[in-house]
Design a protein around this ligand. Sequence first.
Ligand code: EPU
Length: 428
Amino acid sequence: MDKLVIDGGVPLKGTVPVSGAKNAALPLLMATIVAPGEHRIANLPELADVESMLSLLGRIGCPSLMGPIVRIDTSRVAWCEAPYDLVRKMRASVLALGPLLARCGEAHVSLPGGCAIGVRPIDQHLRGLEALGCEFQMDNGYVHGKVKALKGAHMRLDMPTVTGTENILMAAVLAHGDTTIENAAAEPEVEELGAFLNSLGAKVEGAGTATIHVQGVTSLVPATRPWHILPDRIEAGTYLVAAAITGGDIRCENARADHLAPVLDVLRAAGCGVETGDDFVRVWRNGPVTPVDITTAPHPGFPTDMQAQLMALLSLANGSSQIRETIFENRFMHVAELLRLGARIDINGNLATVHGVPELSGATVMATDLRASASLVLAGLAARGRTEILRIYHLDRGYEHLAEKLRGVGANVQRGQEGRPVTHIVSA
Ligand code: EPU
């Protein structure tokens, strides 16, 4: 297994190009199922999760051709199944449910189960699809769905689930009649999916707000022009925190400042300089890190996917910060590892109190999930001495060319193999 070796303490300076958004790419790839034919997608990030989604499409009978513009042929759907070996690797495979039901009238999707960050049930996905006329049965760890004819419905979700909203939306576009989803997730990735579906001929309004209206259509066709995936706000946010935590200055190119607003507010409050333009965001820090209290919330609140990274930064503040996690019940897995790097953090239920320390010191730590891993990388970049991060396959799921991009802004970071020493680190 690969590890990441970081010699920390260097202020990172320069420009980082932001990749296409993982959490926009995954539903969008599944959405190609609802419009038979050849789709062309640009700015698809090279990530393990994207590869898994393309494998799932391949299993269903929809081959893809890689390149700067990825081609996916959904002319034929041979199987309506998302098997356990793929869902186990990536929970987002559950996004096959809505599109397969819409396209084939049936779907067999392995139940995703829990994961490192929590139980993560899919009851809202199923309830929403049931409102559209689908019927479900659980059997042998699978959810088996079928529907004769999808019909529009008015529904209110118990919580604004992101992939739940996306699953329901991908089915509703081909339902007979109108659908309204209230308390829908308003994340930019949901807005992107709505816009993509509209490019196929769907009639979706309000995606990216709490109320989505869909006028069902009878068929959809691939767009004539390639779809360009929006920039990854969480990847951009992570590099901006890298500038903040190392006392550096990073400009993220292709970043959307509007999508990063709650993160930029926290960085300003923590003592960072922030500059934004049409397609870039720049963050720098010269003075001390000041403590900030954070509560995660659905968009447009502070994203849970940035909580671990900000905790790494606030572990170096000149005072105590409180971080409350309200989205997932088990998203403090990074805390025990941050403690090994010298941070002082107490946890009480979903509340972490981060007592700032003057410095962190390098150690060997273990990555547990994607964003927890990112926070360890950030802490390692700021820490005195060498940090080795094990199990970095989590990072490969969501950060394209991470080591290269970090070296591009001056970090001393290298990939190596667990159990083997890395003696020489070359920065770019
Ligand atoms: N929930 C239910 N029932 C449901 C659906 C969700 O109880 O039917 C609960 C979840 O257990 C959780 C909360 O609702 O406590 C919110 O979960 P949500 O469904 O919104 O999360 P998700 O759709 O599974 C997506 C992202 C996550 C991101 C969350 C929250 C994708 C592929 N994944 O997950 O991204 O953290 O929204 O914004 O879009 C990541 O990229 O590292 C990541 C975990």
